[in-house]
Write a protein that binds this ligand. Sequence first.
Ligand code: PEP
Ligand code: MG
Length: 535
Amino acid sequence: MSADSWHIGRAAAPGLACGPLFRLPATDVPQRQRGSAAEETAALRAAIAAAIAEIEMLQLSAGAEAAEILEFQIAMLGDDALTEGAFADIDGGMAADCAWRTAMDAQIADYSAASDEYFRARAGDLTDMRDRVLGHLLGIADTAPPHGAIVLAPDLAPSRFLAWDWSGGGGVALMGGSPTSHVAMLARARGVPMVVGLPPEIGRRPNAPAILLDGEGGRINLAPTPDDIRSFESRRKQAVADAQHWQQFLHRPAKTAAGHRVLTQINVAGPGELDHLDPDICDGIGLVRTEFLFHDQPTLPNEEQQLAVYRRILAWADGRPVTIRTLDAGGDKPIVGLTQDGESNPFLGLRGIRLSLAHPEIFRVQLRALARAAANGPLKIMLPMVTVPEEVLAAADLLRGEIVALGNAGIDCRPPELGIMVEVPAAALAIERFPASFFSIGSNDLTQYVTAAARDIAAVASLNDTANPAVLGLIERVAAFGKSAGKEVSLCGDAGGDPRLIPQLLATGLRNFSMAPSMLARAKATIADWSGAPS
Ligand code: PEP
Ligand code: MG
């Protein structure tokens, strides 16, 4: 392929797409004729109510994960803090559409300027809500892209993405956006290739009748040569054949070429992700990221709400082990009102277990819910970002205290196994000192701390490499300790599902990987090809 005709962005959802370009028309809207303040207030209330009703309809046909995202929009639209500015401007004499646009643009600007990628990613949801309400105020209809088209836009609202039919293929190319945005999560879940962060000037570039989008390499080609198209098509055919081959492994237990068993578990960020999955594809859930319970919620989840979610996950697992990680907020995962704002280096700040121990009143609620859920199945508790053994002892003390209190109150519970994430070099280097009953290597954070290269800074992405011998050496050390001490060691960072890294991880002695469900089939196929020595 001619490298120079490609425009480079960031890969957000894998897959290869070839199709006509569809430039999303900007919402260029006329202004509304202004009525009295009472009429404008009523018009805005009606438009917000209509937008909520429309999102609720979308929720009915959306999958569970998409429904959770739409729930966030419904909650925001119902929140006075979001709408009060617009109503105040209407009282001051503004038309409903101007008032709504002004209030929402200010919020969008705030979110877009946030230093945390998580908040920047939420700006897309706010834009979606702004345009949906404006659409109702001004009577503007949405234009759907033709089947198989590649949508090019500055950003794309999650509800707009969900409203379109992707069954005919196609893809999404965004000049803005982020791989962690809601729309990118939806694209991955629906198998729609997506590239984000493309150079803004491509919005004005001429294009051929069919363009190419490479969701693996994070790039698009607006003017492919016949040679570009031929080699892209042959890659596409190969990708389809490969996917069919990997699929044969999905329902089988993972084994190396010599027949040695390797456990393959899944990582989930919420019970919604399990709805369409068959538990037979995995040996358990190696990581539940409980941050999902705390994000985008008007209040922190109480014990009963958490208990219901943990029970739902255990019921899905049907007797397989489920490792639930206590809240890992902070760093790249801020939670409004809980994590510290303005830390000079949030990745080295009050995050993970440090934050939980600083807020025992919140941590205790989670420990109680987990101990109660443990009565329903093989639940294990895992502590994130552990740096010193004292943190494990403090968490174990709190857990013990809650179990005693539950017992005294006659509430059914079980003491779950208590393990730790190994993602801070201080833990990996002194693993023998940690009083944990199991270990799970967090290769995402371990790699960034060992290489001093942040996991979310593109400019240092080549340094942030789990294959660095220093990282692999630490992983080998932890795996060897687990073997000698008879304690389970797994790996639940992204490396565990990466076919380029799996052979090197197997060579460290690891035999237990937890990964995104979409990576399982290919990971099992990669393990089946590995002919290294038994550990
Ligand atoms: C890790 O750091 O590898 C990990 C699994 O945790 P998270 O990606 O949620 O920080
Ligand atoms: Mg981590």
